[in-house]
Ligand binder design. Structure first.
Ligand code: PMP
Length: 403
């Protein structure tokens, strides 16, 4: 009764920004794709069997036993000191030297994107993004009523040589957002040469780079490349990291590292947003990281994801009809597939579901000029046997559309 009456009430006038906010197409697709009878490669989920559940449980129990009252109390917006220190030293090992007060703990890297947007962006500002780009970042920026300037990408990541044409106009871009390592959705990595060129470009034009790096630790092939932040000496890069893909996303722990002044602004904005990231989760993570063999855990993740990626690439080779192409990732969780000429992933999606296999059509990942001939496949969340079977089904569906 009450529900019926509530739904009959007139809608409230919403904020202007809501006209730009669409429900994520991927979330809608995932609802269908996660049917238990469907072999889904649509989600972006890590392998749950590799979450260090016991170690995380033990760390929580110890924190509650030793420091329970502090762990359950309000705490500082900046984050738990020992966790910030661990992150600082870990980043140092990777070549990024920052002080602890340059690190802000966030609720995953997703919150880092939102905080940077809130600090930097006014309606009508221009943000440079790769086309295609990480969908939830596009959604966040859209909520701040910005305009996108898009730059293409190839197998070496963002076409940095194409950026210059975006800065000559009336409105100077405020921000360049990119995922340099094992990009979502393409799985590609920004080459070393382009990293240097991008940082030089940002320094020359004084445009802030937002380096979103949740997958950087998941390299299973090739050589580690320096982060954009580590190549910068002029304070033009904010770099986001996350424990989601290397411990567990349910912890909701990430960080932002960057110039002190900007980190201070992000901290003020975070204070108004959620006061602080959960004290218990931060303390448990810090406890876990001091005695759990994190490097051995990373090695396991890399080995398993590397094997699953290889299975997917070999299965694509075996089952996809001629004219289908795909990226060859060196890490991360995704392969980006280009369908044979004239075929649309949007049209293919329901046909694939009929054969009980799912993917994410590529068009929602484009900030402008969407193209329908691409699909994103995730390999981290399924064991190799299912990847092989899934690609067999998918190959048959694609082939059936060619005749
Ligand atoms: N950035 C990218 C590129 C991602 O793919 C994701 C998660 N899918 C995130 C940020 C958000 O991750 P989290 O907030 O869990 O750290």
């Amino acid at each position: 009764m009450l529900a019926a009456r509530l739904s009959a009430l007139p809608a409230f006038p919403l904020a202007q920004r809501m006209s730009r906010m669409k429900a994520s197409a991927v979330r809608e697709i995932l609802k269908v794709a996660e049917r238990p009878d469907v072999l889904s490669f649509a989600g972006g989920l890590p392998a749950p069997e590799l979450f260090p559940v016991e170690a995380i449980a033990q760390a929580h129990a110890e924190v509650l036993a030793d420091d329970g009252r502090a762990a359950l109390q309000y705490s500082t917006t900046e984050g738990y000191g020992p966790l910030r220190e661990w992150i600082t030293s870990h980043l140092g090992e990777g070549g990024l030297h920052a002080a602890t007060d340059q690190v802000l703990i966030t609720n995953g890297s997703q919150q880092g994107i939102e905080l940077v947007a809130k600090v930097m962006l006014d309606p009508g500002d221009v943000v440079i993004v790769e086309n295609p780009s990480y969908l939830a970042a596009l959604q966040t920026f859209s909520g701040f009523e910005v305009d996108f300037a898009v730059v293409g990408s190839d197998n070496d990541g963002m076409r940095v040589d194409d950026l210059e044409r975006l800065v000559g106009g009336e409105r100077k871009p405020k921000l360049i957002y990119l995922v340099p390592n094992f990009q979502n959705p393409k799985g590609t990595t920004l080459s070393l040469e382009r990293r240097h060129a991008l940082v030089r470009f940002a320094q020359r034009h004084r445009i802030l780079i937002l380096e979103d790096n949740p997958y950087g630790e998941l390299r299973f092939r090739g050589e580690h490349l320096p982060s954009l932040a580590s190549l910068d000496t002029e304070g033009v890069v904010i770099s986001l990291g996350s424990f989601s893909k290397v411990l567990a996303p349910g912890l909701r722990l990430g960080w932002a590292v960057g110039p002190r002044e900007l980190i201070r602004h992000l901290t003020v904005i975070k204070q108004a947003s959620d006061l602080h990231t959960a004290s218990l989760a931060q303390r448990a993570a810090a406890r876990l990281l001091t005695r759990f063999d994190f490097n051995a855990h990373l090695e396991t993740l890399r080995a398993v994801y590397g094997e699953r990626c290889q299975t997917m690439l070999s299965a694509l080779e075996k089952h996809m009809p001629a004219g289908t192409r795909w990226t060859v990732p060196e890490g991360g969780m995704f392969v980006w597939v280009e369908l044979p000429r004239g075929m649309s992933a949007d049209t293919l999606f329901p046909l694939a579901l009929d054969k009980r296999v799912a993917f994410v059509p590529g068009s929602p990942f484009f900030a402008s000029e969407p193209r329908s001939e691409f699909m994103r496949l995730n390999y981290s969340n399924r064991p190799s046997e299912l990847i092989e079977e899934g690609m067999r089904r998918l190959g048959a569906v694609i082939a059936s559309q060619q005749q």
